[in-house]
Ligand binder design. Structure first.
Ligand code: ADP
Ligand code: MG
Length: 450
């Protein structure tokens, strides 16, 4: 399969050539034709496998080939959970829009609101945004979405985890017409909350899964080390910093304050480290990410703020100083290395406070994870025993029929084929005298492609 087989516009083809991409990745190969046919799509593939281009190319193609539904409304909206990721996707999109008639803008939280109002007044074709700020502008009528042709949700599951469901629903409702296409991408899309949400947003979506979030990422070597306490973790970290051959490293901690503390500690030891956390203002965040992506620092200490999507080619090592609270974030954190075919190392430190998270990750990956040891830094901690269930409580639950029914339901294995409960997307475009006839409501269900 070659890029030329997609039938893409020649201006897109020449940019792909310029980027030096020889052939589509597997997710691109599978998702691009489906998206180009206008289907809604739920697509998942491992981290670093080229999902961004899998939505940018069909979006560009659609705008180049189709007439707009409205002269003023944005035609494509791309949403993602963090500002850093939005900036990265925007940069990639701009490669394709710069020499075209299409205008793309970036709307992020933490930046000047009034400047954004002026930007939106220029009627951009593409908006790349984080959902919170975009929803604020929508509420205040700074733009409308009746003419939106393509809604793209990158890292959709994370946006839901972060509590953006209300904003996403608001955005969906503002663009609820039958000509709208919706694409959802992530490495981890198969949990119940995402399924329910997808059912409400997508029309007869195709599902494409290249591999599974649970399967091994062959380019990332995972290692786990037991730790007794914070001092022990720090000693192990110092050992790895002295002994691993790393180009750049991302260290994930559980809390914002730990990012600062660790970065200060490492800097005091003469290492080149910087902390990124949500506490900083946007210009500080920009400065840190720009510096790190240019290689000005070797170590980035951060939280799950940076777990998703960031594509930093020189990151050879990820260290989980603490295990993540949300199990899927493990897959995303370690996916900051081993991207686009390069190799990476992921080291996780597991102390008593991390034990439950570690066991959850083990369950999620569906494999039994072994621990490595560093000579002279062995832990006395050997893991926690599972707690025995409390008898009295469970007896009470089983006597209550309603509760036990509910419980039985939630314990059911996840069903991979979804059943759509309601129809969506059948409203005509009404603003600015657009005259689209509503079509018949179709009976939605989801096709499994793989
Ligand atoms: P994902 O979203 O799946 O984590 P990205 O879209 O961030 O992955 O892409 C990861 C890296 O792969 C980026 O550096 C991107 O430029 C590169 N890439 C994308 N498509 C191709 C391709 N067809 N061939 C080679 N590299 C690619
Ligand atoms: Mg991505």
């Amino acid at each position: 399969m070659q890029f030329s087989d997609f039938g893409l516009d020649k201006r897109l083809m020449s940019m792909i050539e310029h980027l030096g991409f020889e052939a589509p990745t597997e997710i691109q190969h599978k998702a691009i034709p489906v998206a180009m046919l206008g289907h809604d799509l739920i697509a998942s593939s491992k981290t670093g496998s080229g999902k961004t281009l899998a939505f940018i190319l069909p979006a560009m193609q659609r705008l180049m080939r189709n007439r707009p539904l409205s002269k003023r409304d944005p035609r494509v909206l791309i949403l993602m959970p963090t500002r850093e990721l939005a900036k990265q996707v925007f940069t990639q999109l701009r490669l394709f829009t710069t020499n075209s008639q299409f205008k793309a803008v970036l709307i992020l939280g933490g930046e000047n609101f009034n400047d954004q109002v002026k930007t939106l007044e220029k009627d951009p074709h593409f908006i790349v945004a984080t959902p919170g700020r975009l929803a604020d502008h929508l509420s205040q009528g700074h733009f409308y979405l009746n003419g939106l042709e393509l809604l793209i949700l990158d890292e959709a599951d994370r946006m839901l985890d972060l509590g953006f469901e209300k904003q996403l629903t608001q955005i969906n409702n503002a663009a609820d017409h039958r000509k709208r296409q919706t694409l959802m991408f992530s490495a981890t899309l198969d949990h119940a909350q995402v399924n329910d949400f997808a059912l409400a947003l997508l029309k007869k979506p195709k599902r494409i899964a290249v591999g599974s979030a649970h399967s091994e990422h062959k380019d990332i070597t995972k290692r786990f080390y037991l730790c007794d306490n914070l001092d022990h973790k720090q000693a192990l970290l110092e050992h790895f910093l002295a002994n691993e051959k790393y180009q750049q490293m991302i260290i994930f901690t559980a809390t914002r304050s730990d990012t600062e503390r660790l970065a200060t500690l490492l800097t005091a030891q003469g290492l080149s480290a910087v902390a990124l956390s949500g506490e900083l203002n946007q210009s500080q965040r920009n400065q840190i990410m720009d510096g790190f992506s240019k290689g000005q620092q070797k170590i980035l200490v951060t939280t799950d703020l940076a777990s998703r999507g960031l594509d930093l080619v020189n990151v050879s090592h990820v260290i989980n100083f603490d295990m993540p609270k949300h199990t899927e974030e493990f897959v995303h954190r370690i996916g900051r290395t081993g991207r686009a075919g390069s190799k990476g190392d992921a080291i996780s430190l597991v102390g008593p406070k991390d034990w439950i998270s570690f066991k959850n990750v083990e369950g999620f990956l569906q494999q039994s994870l072994e621990f490595d040891q560093v000579e002279g830094l062995k832990a006395s901690f050997k893991g926690l025993k599972p707690k025995k269930p409390k008898k009295a409580k469970s007896a009470k639950v089983t006597t209550n029929k309603k509760t036990s029914d509910k419980k039985a339901k939630s314990n059911k294995p996840k069903n991979k084929t979804f059943h759509i409960a309601k129809d969506v997307g059948d409203m005509p475009v009404m603003r600015r005298k657009a005259t689209l006839a509503p079509e018949q409501i179709e009976n939605n269900d989801i096709d499994e492609i793989e």
